[in-house]
Structures are given as structure tokens and as C-alpha cells.
Design a binder for this molecule. Sequence first.
Ligand code: ATP
Ligand code: MG
Length: 483
Amino acid sequence: MTKDKSYFDRFSITQEITIAVVAVIFLMISVLGVIVAKALIKNNEEKIAWQKKTNLQIATSLLADPIWTVDTNNIKNAASTFVKDDNQIIAVRVLDEYGDILVENRDSSMPTGNFKDLLKVKNRFLDTGAIRRNNEKIGTVEFIYSTQKFNDELSWLIIKLGISFLVVGLSFGALILWRMKKTITEPVNRIVETSKKIAEGNYQFQVPEENVIEFQLIAEASSAAVRAINERDLELKRQIAKAEQATKAKSNFVSTMSHEIRTPLNAIIGLTELTLDSDLSGEQRDNLETAKLSADSLLSIINDILDFSKIEAGKLELEMVDFDLIALLEECEKILALSAKKKNLNFRFHYRTEDNYFFRGDPHRLKQILLNIINNAIKFTSEQGEVNVHLSVIHRENGFALIRFEIQDTGIGIDKTKRDNLFEAFSQEDQSTTRKFGGTGLGLSISKKLIDLMGGTIGVESEVDVGSTFWFQLRLAIGDKKR
Ligand SMILES: Nc1ncnc2c1ncn2[C@@H]1O[C@H](COP(=O)(O)OP(=O)(O)OP(=O)(O)O)[C@@H](O)[C@H]1O
Ligand SMILES: [Mg+2]
């Protein structure tokens, strides 16, 4: 049982592996990236904390004496040493113990104005430390740090690392995919090709060897299957050829035999007819008439067997002549009218009289089909029933006509189980049918084979105890009216 799959459920092995590899690589890069970025940020924070501590220590050692002696020049010099690029300090201010500004120094790129206004920009913070001399606070130093440059450098480093990871990861992924292609996709494709060849019925090939152990096992199993199928195939072909030869021989035999029987039988019928024309006593005439009836029925059976074996042996050839279909129907009516009358049946032919019914084909075989099917309808319909034969021209185009016959009866009908092999040879419903109605059970099978030979179709609709409708359609060339 196959389940309906959406488009996204259908992937090839290559696509599945590609998706898996790319996903794993991206996951790895993301996790690695987050770990590295976190480590770098932490490292940065530690570096800033260390700088803060160091700067305060330096400030205490450099500023204690000048503040004590109120040596403004030296305070200035000391303060200026802090405002340096690599220090991240953009401004410094030294205050005395009362909070009055002694010295202020800021980076030349910084605007003038209120010292604390510098803090309004992002990534800046203030660090304050007391300057002590002999444990006594004599002043304060204020540093404004800017981590902007530091952060920019860090971001750039993270981007560079990310790109490197990506390049390395993708190269690694490509390498894995290339290897997977060699070890999985290509062998799978080879196995698919092998299976296709087997499905097409081509067993004359060598299954390629595989490097991967599992695929080699599959290849060996396929090889064994191909060998086994090949051997069975050859054996089957041998058996079929033998059987065909035997069937042909049997058909030939039956056809020769029927022919051989027909010749003396025709002589018997001819001579019986001749004798019937002469002067005979009432009893002699009765006996001879019964003998003739039996001989006629025997001849009809032999004709059926001959036709059947001819078709089976592929020896039956169809005629191609112009004929009048209505004249043919009238002949059928004449032949069958008596048996229909005997059973008191309502037996009618229906067709549109204004149509043209001149066609090209094999009128004798068409008559044989019609006689067979109409005869069945009469045979299997009880007294007072109905048998209607409908002829219609479905359409005409390009010199051809599609014609349809429907032979409708109100007879015994045909069971559903029986209908499937109704057109097979010797398919009478049961032995009692043969006993009650006679016949060999070849009529429908010959009719079907003839209709097949003419390129037509035949079928039946039926209901037990209600009746049957046998129909057949033929595509016939439109014939010459004036002939
Ligand atoms: N019109 C019908 N109504 C009911 N049963 C039918 C009808 N036509 C055919 N059958 C069934 O199909 C069987 C096969 O028909 P078919 O014409 O092949 O053989 P048959 O008439 O028995 O013998 P044959 O035609 O060789 O003399 C019949 O025996 C009968 O059981
Ligand atoms: Mg019949």
C-alpha cells in the first residue's frame, strides 16, 4: 500500500544528505560562534576591569604628591598621560579634597563643554577613584572611558572568525557530500538502473561491482536474481515454443481431419437429397429425412470445428468485397424465421430504412456471426418470447462507418459468473444446456475471434430469467452502391 506524500516528503538521497550536512554544519558554526563570541566578550570585560584598576593605582602614585603640593603643572602632565588611544580613556578630571576642579584633560577629538555631558554618548562610562596620602583623602580622579573602539574591534573579530568558520565548514561539507555521492548516491543510481533493466525484461547484462560492502551485497543479490530470472525466462520461452508447436500441430490435425470428414459427409448429404427426390414409401422418407437432419447438424458442427482450428492456426483469411448489409439481414431472417415461428416468437429486425447500407468487408463471416448470435437468442428464449435485432450506424467519416448490432431476447439470461468467460471456447453454462439445447459451445468463441479479426468489439448485458442483449460494433469501409 502506498501512502500519499506531499511534495516536501519526496527527496532524493543526495538532497536528504545535503540538507543534513548543511544543517549540521550551520548548527556547529552557530554553537562554536556563540561560545567564541562569549569568550571574547568576557575577555574584553576582564581587560577593562584590569585597566580600571591599574589606571587608579597609577593615578594614586602619580597624583598624590602634586595634589599635596598643589603643583598644577605636574598634575596636568600626569593627567595627560592617561588620555591615550590604547587606554580607552577619553577624558580625565582631577579634583581637590573639596571637590574643586584642579585639572581637566580630554581627548582633542572630544567637544568642549560640561565634563559629564561626554557620558551622554553610548558605550561610555565614568570611573572615580580617591587619591590618598598617608591614608587621608586629598583628592579625586575621574576617568571617562569609551569602549566604542574596543567593541568595534571585537565585532570585527567575531565577523572574521564567523566567515572563517563558514568557509572551513562549507569546504568540509562539500568534501563530505562528494564522498557521500561516491559511496551512496552513485551506487544507488546504479542499483536503480539495474532494477529498471530487470523491470524492462532485459536480463542480458552484468550487475556492476560496488566498493561499499552493503551495496556489494545488494549487487550480488541482484546478480543472482537476474541469473535466476534469465534461466526461468529461457525455460519459459522453451516451454511456450513447445506448447505453441503442439497447439499448431493439434490445430493442423483437427483442421485436416474436419476437412477429410466433410468430403464424405457432403457425399452422404447429396446422395440422401437425391434419394429423397425419388419415389419412396412413407417410412423410408421419414428415415431418410431424419438421416439428413443428423448429417446437416454433423456438418454444421464440423464446420464450426474447422473454423475454430483455422482461426487458432492463424490460417483464416477475411474477404474484402462490396455487399448490401440489408440483403444480408434478409437472408438471415429467411434462414431463422422457421425456428422462430416454431417457438411462436416475436422475431423482428429494426433499422432506419433511409440510410445507406452498402459496405466493404466479409459478408459470409458477418452472416456467420449474426446467425450464431441470433440463433442463440432464439434457442435460449422460451415460447411466445421476443427476439429483436437492431442495426444502427453510429457515425460515418472518411469513407468508414461504425456500425452496431444489438440482438435482444427475453430468454433465460446468463448468470454473472458465467458472463466473464462466455466468449471462450466450449463455455456452455453446464452439461444440461448441451443436453437441452444442443451445440458444441463454439459459436460465441468463433464469433468473437471473427469480430477481433475484423477489428471490432463484442459484449453482452444480461439478467437471469429476464433476457440478454448481445452487441457488437464494427468499423466497415463504405462500399460502392452501383455495383
Ligand atoms: N442469448 C442467450 N441467452 C442465454 N444464454 C446464452 C445466450 N447466448 C449464449 N448463451 C450461453 O452461452 C453458451 C455458449 O454459446 P455458444 O453460442 O458459444 O454455444 P452453443 O450455442 O451452446 O453451441 P454452438 O453455438 O456451438 O452450437 C451457451 O451454451 C449458453 O449457455
Ligand atoms: Mg450458439
